[in-house]
Design a protein around this ligand. Structure first.
Ligand code: NA7
Length: 531
């Protein structure tokens, strides 16, 4: 009999990772409980309800594959699903697998302490509740801690302040309102066209221009859906053998070795098809500046063709390496700058001095606003984990351990923090792979590991110091072969958060990563100490 609040596994987070972890572990006979800060499940898709919120991965790929019947029965409406439909899918899954009965909502984990005597985590929440669990699975998400910019006077703003990452559940009526938005990353690029259609005026405060490719979204082609469903397992397998576990049609030809006209017609074709596959136009875009520049030039030209005011077009042209920040995917983003009610403020020439009670004051002007939208992103990959006071062996604090970057093994396990697993943690492909594919791979690996431990009556597992250091070196070595770690100040390296140590966090190359994880498991969990 289980003691109340005592489980084999405590799972923190009820997004796609927590949901699948619960299902998988329960099917193996482990007792598990999910604890979630939000008032319901869905993770990213629960919180990010801003107008235009939508996935940038094809619907037939951004879904679970663990259940054959689930992936056959669910039908998506559009090529790129909108937030509401993805949340409906999450709810459908929860219902089908009866997940809610082992989930607890509106509960934020505050502290986690490892009791070395009994190899058990003691977890406490914001309501003072305490849990005990041999294992913990941190399904806390890569982009779940909103970044609030440190702008003077933000707390003085008397009208309505919104953040894209914690958008209210009710609809916001922007009609006849003066709206300001800070940020021009993916969230802003999705929200801007729709807010501009509703609002009286929209002022966009841009610090760094982003590259965006048209989504070319539309209703999902039924014959394509049928074709994929007739060979779903093979389709999934093919994708899992690709660099980012996506069906992005990689071109094995070099951009620099291709003549200009031929090269531009490849870019044109990818632009017309839309979306993230643009990054796979040539095989050297990630590694060769000259090659990357050819894609940059192509996109600049597109922006200049679309945006009528040459000054505005100029300010919208990014001058960073393409791909070193998450490539944005839009519907009518650049076109929106041709509207009379939209203006772009370049913060590099006129910086924000402060937020006032009624708007924003820059070094050049004052803007009166009824709504101020922060589209300022996240403390990515480590933020949500470090928000919890996690203490491992000898009371070592995770915040202390990660002072110089998120050292860990496989993006799954941290030396000094036994029996704690991260799902899509830093050091794993995570955000540079299809997230749901990466989640399922991690959950399956952890589930197999816990099963192995149970069979062998083991109660403690943790990464060794050596394995951890070798892994950190490996992640850095692979990243250093690309332009990404140094090509711009992105959240991939933590550069969007003042004071955060600059480290390239994702592991590049999904198939190679999976092989490594499998070899660790088949070699009796090489690199881990088990007792
Ligand atoms: P992003 O991509 O991190 O974008 C945040 C934006 O906010 C970006 O343009 C930032 O400019 C800007 N920002 C952040 N802080 C400030 C301050 N203090 N002043 C002005 N501008 C600021 O977050 P998103 O939510 O758009 O997207 C996150 C991911 O979600 C995305 O990559 C997809 O994977 C889904 P900066 O570039 O830092 O100069």
């Amino acid at each position: 009999m289980l003691e109340k609040n005592s489980f084999d596994v405590l799972i923190v987070g009820a997004g796609f990772a927590g949901m699948y972890a619960l299902h998988r572990l329960r099917s193996l006979g482990f007792s598990a409980r999910v604890v979630e800060a939000g008032s319901d499940l869905g993770g990213t898709w629960y919180w990010n309800r801003y107008p235009g919120a939508r996935c940038d991965v094809h619907s037939l790929e951004y879904s679970y594959q663990f259940s054959v019947s689930l992936q056959q029965q669910w039908s998506w409406t559009e090529k790129y699903a909108a937030q509401a439909e993805i949340l409906a899918y999450a709810n459908h899954v929860a219902k089908q697998f009866d997940l809610r009965k082992d989930m607890q909502f509106s509960t934020r984990v505050k502290t986690m302490c490892f009791d070395e005597e009994i190899d058990t985590w003691i977890i406490s929440t914001d309501s003072g509740e305490e849990f005990r669990s041999r294992f913990c699975i941190m399904a806390t998400g890569c982009l779940s801690k909103p970044n609030f910019p440190d702008i003077k006077g933000l707390e003085d703003f008397k009208a309505c302040l919104l953040h894209t990452a914690i958008w209210p559940k009710h609809e916001i009526d922007f009609s006849n309102k003066r709206v300001g938005i800070i940020g021009t990353g993916s969230s802003a690029i999705q929200a801007i066209p729709l807010i501009a259609e509703m609002a009286k005026s929209l002022t966009i405060f841009q610090r760094t221009a982003s590259f965006s490719i048209p989504a070319c979204n539309g209703l999902l082609d039924k014959s394509y859906e049928q074709e994929i469903k007739s060979r779903y397992p093979e389709f999934r397998k093919e994708n899992s053998q690709r660099y980012a576990a996506l069906n992005n049609n990689p071109n094995s030809v070099s951009a620099v070795e291709t003549a200009t006209d031929a090269r531009n017609s490849v870019y044109e074709d990818r632009w017309q098809r839309g979306g993230l596959p643009f990054l796979a136009s040539f095989n050297d875009l990630a590694t060769n500046v000259e090659a990357n520049n050819t894609a940059v030039e192509f996109i600049h030209k597109k922006i200049q063709e679309i945006v009528q005011d040459p000054d505005v077009a100029q300010r919208l042209c990014p001058h960073t390496v393409l791909g070193c920040k998450r490539l944005c995917v839009d519907t009518n983003y650049y076109q929106t700058y041709n509207r009379d009610n939209v203006q772009l403020v370049d913060l590099n020439s006129t910086a924000i001095e402060c937020v006032t009670e009624s708007g924003i004051k820059t070094s050049g002007a004052e803007y009166e606003l009824d709504y101020l939208v922060l589209a300022t992103g996240f403390d990515a990959m480590t933020g949500a984990l470090l928000d919890i006071d996690i203490r491992g062996v000898d009371q070592l604090r995770l915040r202390e351990k990660w002072r110089n970057g998120p050292h860990n093994y496989l993006g799954l396990s941290i030396n000094g923090f036994p029996n704690l697993f991260m799902i899509t943690g830093p050091g794993s492909p995570s955000v540079l792979a299809n997230m749901i594919v990466a989640i399922e791979q991690h959950v399956d690996w952890v589930a197999d590991c816990l099963n192995y431990m149970r069979k062998n009556t083991l109660t403690r597992i943790q990464a060794t110091v050596v394995a951890e250091q070798n892994w950190v070196d490996r992640v850095n070595r692979i990243a250093a072969k690309t332009l990404f770690p140094t090509g711009c100040n992105s959240w991939y390296v933590g550069a969007n958060i003042p004071g955060k140590t600059r480290v390239f966090m994702p592991y590049l190359g999904y198939p190679n990563y999976v092989d490594y994880c499998e070899s660790v498991a088949t070699n009796n969990y090489k690199g881990f100490g088990l007792s």
